[in-house]
Design a protein around this ligand. Structure first.
Ligand code: PXP
Length: 243
């Protein structure tokens, strides 16, 4: 039976544009509600330790008004655990975070403090939140994600996208993602994909039936300058569900 693929719209960079001028616009809340209206399946926001884009008040307002699931990306820290337990987002995706990075570089290191990671996962799940781990498409990490108690894995598509955009040998990266997705499903982990995706790279990854959810942000916000937010979101929904 065909299972509809879900689109999570990441609106971090609506906040980046707002913060660049220290203004009140464009509003991430307005973007979240518009994406919801356009058929997005969930909204993703990353509350970073340095609050460089999404701020605590954005999380509060979006959580209050959004009807579709909110996916909170967060680092595995005590502060973020406290915030997510308070706001109870439907989904949490645990991501690595380095202060100096421009964006999330690489997947989580699951060997670093696994006891704390599994404690976070357990607490979030007990609080009714679905937990996903953002990892490299590597078998060893998928097995570890399962052992840590995650519900889902989000496979980092950055390397595949970089090579695809440069027309380098991206087929090996595609095969790596495919193998990882199949293996994760065998372990009964739900599979998501994200980072660096555009129309073309997303279209290729939709061939992997095991991927149920795509989380896309930077390209949607950037391309919206030319096509408008609703049009770009609707085009992605069509791409990921074309049979
Ligand atoms: N998924 C995860 C876990 C991420 O950290 C990010 C970037 O914040 C994305 C998806 C979206 O990536 P992009 O903005 O490049 O589409």
């Amino acid at each position: 039976m065909y299972k509809k693929k879900r689109l999570g719209v990441n609106i971090d960079h609506v906040a980046t544009v707002r913060n660049a001028r220290g203004e009140m616009y464009p509003s991430p809340l307005r973007a979240a509600l518009l994406a919801e209206k356009c058929g997005a399946d969930s909204i993703t926001i990353h509350l970073r330790e340095d609050r460089r884009h999404i701020k605590d008040n954005d999380l509060k307002e979006i959580k209050k008004r959004l009807k579709i699931p909110l996916n909170l990306e967060m680092a595995a820290t005590k502060e973020m655990l406290k915030i997510s337990l308070k706001f109870k987002p439907s989904f949490v995706c645990i991501v690595p975070e380095k202060r100096a990075e421009i964006t999330t570089e690489g997947g989580l290191n699951l060997s670093f403090n696994p006891k704390f990671l599994s404690k976070i996962i357990k607490n979030l799940k007990k609080n009714g939140t679905r937990v996903s781990l953002f990892i490299e498409p590597i078998k060893k990490d998928i097995s570890k994600a399962k052992d840590l108690g995650a519900d889902c894995v989000e496979l980092h598509t950055g390397k595949f996208c970089n090579n695809f955009n440069k027309n380098k040998n991206y087929k090996k990266d595609y095969e790596k993602i495919k193998k990882a997705a199949v293996y994760a499903n065998e372990l009964k982990l739900e599979v998501h994909a994200g980072h660096g995706l555009n129309f073309k790279s997303t279209k290729i990854l939709t061939k992997i039936k095991n991927i149920e959810e795509f989380n896309i942000g930077h390209f949607i916000v950037g391309e919206s300058i030319f096509g408008g937010f609703p049009k770009i979101i609707k085009r992605f929904i069509k791409i990921i569900n074309k049979k």
